[in-house]
Ligand binder design. Structure first.
Ligand code: FAD
Length: 431
C-alpha cells in the first residue's frame, strides 16, 4: 500500500502508484455530463480533475443533439455564441415520411421566447472539445485524457477519490467528492455497489456508417426514419457520412447474419432506394455494431463521497432522444448545489440527496415516455406493422396548441434548469 493513499476497492490495489493528486472534486467521464460539471465547477473556482478513459473525444456511439434548453444554459454562461461558430446544422422540427411525402410535424420557431428555436446538430466530438476548451480557460480545471479509472479509494466507508491507469501506470486522485459521469456501463456504479434497475424493455438495432457520395443531398443534419413492415431505418445526415440505425425485431440478429450481407444490403435499399450505391461499401459484418438499447435508473444516485449523474445514474434510450440534455441538466443542478460546499470542503450526504431529489422526477418522466416509444416500436416490429405513419398524425399537429406544446416539450421538457448566478460570469467572455 502506498503511504497516504486510502484503501482501494478492486484488484491490483497493491501495485505502485506513480503520483497522488489532491483536488476538491474528481469527475470520472468526459461525456457531456462530466465535461459540463467540471466546466461549471471550475468557473466557480472549485479545483476539479476530470478523468476520461479515451485519448480523444472521437467516438461513434453518441448522439449529436444540443437542445434549446442546453443552448440557453450555454448562453447563461456566455458560451452560446462561441458554440455557434463551430460546425453545426439546425433542425427546426421532426420530419416524418408519409404517403404524401416528408412532413415536418411541428416547427420550433413557434417558440417566440427563445433565441434558439432549433435543435443544433453538432458532431459530439466537436461539442465535447468545445466544452473542454472552455474548461481549460479556468485555472482550477484539470483534464486528464487516456485515464481509465479502475478503483475507488475509500476511507471510513466514504469514497475519497479514485485510482486510474494510463500508459505510464497507476495514478491516484484524492478528492472530497467523486462524481461518476462514466456513462451507461458505469464502472464506478459497480465499484460503489449501487445498482441500476431496467425501466424499459430492450430494442435491438444495427448501427453503421454509409459513405456520403457525390450527388447525395446537401448535409442537413436531419434525422429521417424509413418504415418497413419489420424494420425501421433511421438515417442521420452527418455531413461527411450517413450514420444509420437499422431496427429489427429483438432476437432476429442470428437470422439476419445467417442471410448474409447481400440480403442486408437489399433490405436497406428496399427501405431507402437512394442508398443503392452507398450500400456497396458494406461488405463485412464487422462494419455493423449490434446495440441493445434500454433505459435503466438507479434507486440511489449517491453514497458518502460519491455522486452519479447522467447515464451512470439513469441510462437513456435513443427513443427519448434527450440523453445529452438530461446529463447536462444533471451537471448544472449538481454544480448549483455543490460548488459552495466543495469550496468549503464540506459536502454533506444531504447535499448529494438533494441533487437526486431535484433530478429524479424529470428523469422518471422522460424515461416513461422513452419506454412507451420503445414498447410501441418493439411491438410493431414483432407484429410486422412498423409503418407507415398513421395518416391522422400530421393532422393532429396542425392544431396550434398541440404544435406549440410539442415544440415546448421537445425544446425544454417540463422542468427548466438554470445556472446559479454565482457561476454565471459577471462579464461575458470574448466571442
Ligand atoms: C446509439 C445511440 C444514439 C444516441 N443518440 C442520442 C441523441 O441523438 N441525442 C441524445 O440526447 N442522446 C442520444 N443518445 C444517448 C446519449 O448518448 C447519452 O444519454 C449521453 O451521452 C449520456 O451522457 P453522459 O455524459 O452521462 O455519458 P457518456 O456520454 O456515455 O460519457 C461517459 C464517458 O465516460 C468515459 N468513461 C467510461 N468509463 C470510464 C472510466 N472507467 N474511466 C474514465 N472514463 C470513463 C467514457 O469514455 C465516456 O466518454 C444515444 C445513445 C445511443 C446508444
Amino acid at each position: 500500500m502506498n503511504a497516504g493513499i486510502p484503501a482501494a476497492s478492486g484488484h491490483a490495489a497493491a501495485e505502485q502508484v506513480l503520483d497522488v493528486h489532491e483536488t476538491a472534486c474528481c469527475v470520472v467521464g468526459g461525456g457531456p455530463g462530466g465535461l459540463m460539471l467540471a466546466l461549471l465547477l471550475a468557473r466557480r473556482g472549485v479545483p476539479v480533475t476530470l478523468l476520461e478513459a479515451h485519448a480523444t473525444f472521437d467516438r461513434d456511439f453518441r448522439g449529436d443533439t444540443v437542445h434549446p434548453a442546453i443552448l440557453e444554459i450555454l448562453d447563461e454562461i456566455g458560451l452560446a455564441d462561441r458554440l455557434h461558430q463551430r460546425q453545426h446544422v439546425k433542425m427546426y422540427g421532426p420530419t416524418i415520411p408519409t404517403a404524401d411525402g416528408p412532413v415536418m410535424l411541428f416547427d420550433m420557431r413557434l417558440l417566440l421566447k427563445t433565441r434558439f428555436p432549433y435543435i443544433m446538430w453538432m458532431p459530439q466530438p466537436i461539442f465535447l472539445d468545445f466544452l473542454a476548451t472552455a474548461g481549460r480557460e479556468c485555472p482550477s480545471f484539470r483534464l486528464v485524457m487516456g485515464a481509465t479509472v479502475r478503483q475507488l479509494l475509500t476511507e471510513d466507508g466514504a469514497v475519497r477519490g479514485v485510482r486510474y491507469r494510463d500508459t505510464d501506470g497507476w495514478h491516484a486522485v484524492r478528492a472530497a467528492l467523486t462524481v461518476a459521469a462514466d456513462g451507461r456501463f458505469s464502472r464506478l456504479r459497480k465499484l460503489a455497489g449501487l445498482r441500476a434497475i431496467p425501466t424499459s424493455s430492450p430494442v435491438e438495432l444495427l448501427w453503421f456508417r454509409l459513405p456520403r457520395l457525390a450527388g447525395d443531398p446537401e448535409g442537413t443534419g436531419i434525422v429521417s426514419p424509413r418504415f418497413g413492415k419489420k424494420q425501421v431505418l433511421l438515417m442521420i445526415d452527418r455531413a461527411d457520412h450517413w450514420q444509420v440505425g437499422y431496427f429489427f425485431p429483438a432476437g432476429d440478429y442470428p437470422k439476419l447474419r445467417a442471410a448474409g450481407v447481400e440480403v442486408m444490403r437489399q433490405s436497406i435499399v428496399a427501405l431507402e432506394p437512394r442508398f443503392a450505391e452507398n450500400v456497396q461499401a458494406l461488405t463485412d459484418w464487422k462494419q455493423f455494431s449490434l446495440l441493445s438499447v434500454a433505459s435503466s435508473r438507479c434507486p440511489r444516485w449517491y453514497r458518502p463521497g460519491l455522486l452519479m449523474i447522467g447515464d451512470a445514474a439513469h441510462t437513456m434510450t435513443p427513443a427519448a432522444g434527450a440523453g445529452i440534455k438530461y446529463a447536462i441538466e444533471d451537471a448544472v443542478v449538481a454544480a448549483n448545489m455543490l460548488a459552495e460546499p466543495l469550496l468549503a470542503r464540506g459536502v454533506r450526504l444531504s447535499d448529494l440527496a438533494e441533487v437526486q431529489r431535484r433530478r429524479e422526477w424529470p428523469t422518471r418522466l422522460i424515461q416513461a415516455f422513452g419506454a412507451w416509444g420503445l414498447r410501441q416500436l418493439g411491438g410493431r416490429l414483432r407484429s410486422g406493422s412498423a409503418g407507415p405513419v398513421p395518416r391522422w398524425l400530421p393532422w393532429l399537429f396542425r392544431l396550434p396548441f398541440v404544435a406549440r406544446l410539442a415544440a415546448r416539450m421537445l425544446a425544454f421538457g417540463v422542468w427548466r434548469v438554470h445556472v446559479e448566478s454565482s457561476i454565471v460570469p459577471t462579464t461575458r467572455l470574448p466571442v
